[in-house]
Design a protein around this ligand. Sequence first.
Ligand code: B12
Length: 146
Amino acid sequence: MATTVILGVIGSDAHVVGITILERALETAGFDVVNLGVQTSQEGFVEAADAHDAEAVLVSSLYGHAEQDCRGFHRKITAAGLDVTTYIGGNLSVGQNDFEETRETFREMGFDRVFDSEAGPEAAITALKRDLGMREAEAERTAIST
Ligand code: B12
């Protein structure tokens, strides 16, 4: 069985191009992707992760309000009894902040990994394979057989 990952853009954010590219790349790499699309609520991510028994939740945010949109997100994940790996990526703050500060902020909020907008799909795929303990061959076999 392929590994299921939930993908979506959080809050009121409507930037769709990034997650479309991520979705295709993740599928090509052998993941089962549930793409929730843009303007997804925290509850939407949590419910989808639960319903699909997902191993990872990938949150995208481009418009600069990620911190506000993600407040309390990990409390909801814990309250739902989920054990999922969480990543966030995109344009996570307004303006030209030092990204290390931004990374620290989102790590403290509970995200396992924080990616800047320079990080393409490959970075997420490599990290997922490492964090979920998947062997590359396993993911490739799945991609070929589906
Ligand atoms: C196109 C665009 C729009 C379009 C969106 C159309 C659509 N439906 O997608 C429109 C015109 C609607 C729009 C609106 C707005 N936008 Co706009 N938009 C852009 C623009 C020019 C390109 C975005 C894009 O498609 N990039 C191409 C994709 C491939 O790249 P990406 O989105 O960065 O995604 C990649 C990575 O970031 C990464 N990634 C993304 N998410 C994740 C998640 C994970 C887990 C991982 C690992 C990686 C990852 O992987 C992706 C694929 O490689 C950017 C500027 C820019 N050059 O980035 C501004 C930009 C994102 N927009 C911006 C703003 C401010 C807005 C508005 C608030 C403007 C306004 N005042 O109305 C609104 C918000 C509306 C809303 N509700 O979302 C700002 C955000 C500023 C900030 N964060 O500090 C930007 C950066 C422009 C700027 N320089 O000011 N926008």
